[in-house]
Design a protein around this ligand. Sequence first.
Ligand SMILES: *[C@@H]1O[C@H](CO)[C@@H](O)[C@H](O)[C@H]1NC(C)=O
Ligand SMILES: *[C@@H]1O[C@H](CO)[C@@H](O)[C@H](O)[C@H]1NC(C)=O
Ligand SMILES: *[C@@H]1O[C@H](CO)[C@@H](O)[C@H](O)[C@H]1NC(C)=O
Ligand SMILES: *[C@@H]1O[C@H](CO)[C@@H](O)[C@H](O)[C@H]1NC(C)=O
Ligand SMILES: *[C@@H]1O[C@H](CO)[C@@H](O)[C@H](O)[C@H]1NC(C)=O
Length: 350
Amino acid sequence: MSSIKLLSFPLLIFLEIVRSMEIMEILELSQVSRRTLNYLNLARISVETVHVVNGIVDKITIFNKSCTERKFQIEFLKTPQPVVGQMKVNNISIDVCGKNTTQQIINCNSNQFGYGLVHILTHMDKIFYRMEYSIGIELSTLNAMRGVLCHSIFRKCDYVQIRGRKETLSNEDCKYLLEKTQPTTGITIFSKLSPDFDYKKFSKNSTTQIHFQILHFSRLRVPNLGKMPLEDLKALDSEIANLGNHQFKEVDINDFLHHWIEGNNKKLRRLKLDGFKEAPDWDILLKDIVYTEWNPKERGRYYKSKYTDEVETIDCENGRDFRNKDGQLATVVHHLQFLDFLIWNDSFPK
Ligand SMILES: *[C@@H]1O[C@H](CO)[C@@H](O)[C@H](O)[C@H]1NC(C)=O
Ligand SMILES: *[C@@H]1O[C@H](CO)[C@@H](O)[C@H](O)[C@H]1NC(C)=O
Ligand SMILES: *[C@@H]1O[C@H](CO)[C@@H](O)[C@H](O)[C@H]1NC(C)=O
Ligand SMILES: *[C@@H]1O[C@H](CO)[C@@H](O)[C@H](O)[C@H]1NC(C)=O
Ligand SMILES: *[C@@H]1O[C@H](CO)[C@@H](O)[C@H](O)[C@H]1NC(C)=O
């Protein structure tokens, strides 16, 4: 069907048609004219989160809701391929070196990654209704990415991954990345943290407020936490924190639990700590805390935790239960090499 014909349909019919299209077809239609792009904007087509990663591979991917099936991908190939066409996005042209409609993949050359990324994301943001995206940045590419990251489209992302397990994240680079991306939901930091890393510093002047801290993100995952002080753990303002390679021992966690019982860390739903290959010393961990073993009449056996997309189920049969001063129920449970502190919103989750 030609696009001219499409635009001659009443708007409602046009909307029905485009909503049933594959993402690649929608993208192609959007390039036909300014008018088709405007019509697509009116159609309020929604997509699940768009994922951007760079590093070993540079790509933009759209998955389905459960994140198990890839719906669309643009990959920027490291080995240059002959150009076979162009893609016109955000009023500029990007060379295309391959397209597969069965797989819903478009290939471009990686020399167009930074420039292409800005214009493709800006273009997609015009097509897709309330587009959300997450970005994973390889720390070793940061210097090359600086010019690109200044673009305002990056401030629309909701989730950031700082990648590169062998790299070390400095305060300056962390501050820079968080300022440029301003993630709303959360961050994951896979890289190591510099020894002087500021976990909770917060700077403020009369006109702007700069969050230079990681402890306020709703979702926080830091597998290489390093020597974060207990005081900073107590300042945690996350809902779900997944922390690894930390220095906290049973005595520190006991201190933290008392802090929670006193009515602090109100947003917290889950604190997951690694480093417990052996079961913890429960006497130290729960010192001066009145707890009970699991009572099936009080709460369900399984706790369900949704980080971003995937839901994790934790068996709390062997958990120890207690309440904070407001009567909020919590469980501490040991599983594999983890110690999980879980706060029940619904005592009998479906
Ligand atoms: C995502 O795709 C997988 C594989 O095709 C499918 O099993 C799953 O139900 C889909 N999830 C959603 C939420 O559409
Ligand atoms: C698109 O780019 C062309 C050529 O660079 C320019 O003349 C035109 O004004 C641009 N249109 C818009 C809507 O930005
Ligand atoms: C697209 O991918 C499918 C599945 O891998 C393959 O069979 C087909 O040959 C590809 N088409 C083109 C034009 O490369
Ligand atoms: C506050 O910080 C912003 C960003 O760093 C800067 O542009 C602005 O001039 C500062 N304002 C004052 C009053 O210092
Ligand atoms: C907590 O439970 C209430 C009532 O069951 C529900 O409305 C709310 O969305 C839940 N909050 C979270 C964070 O799951």
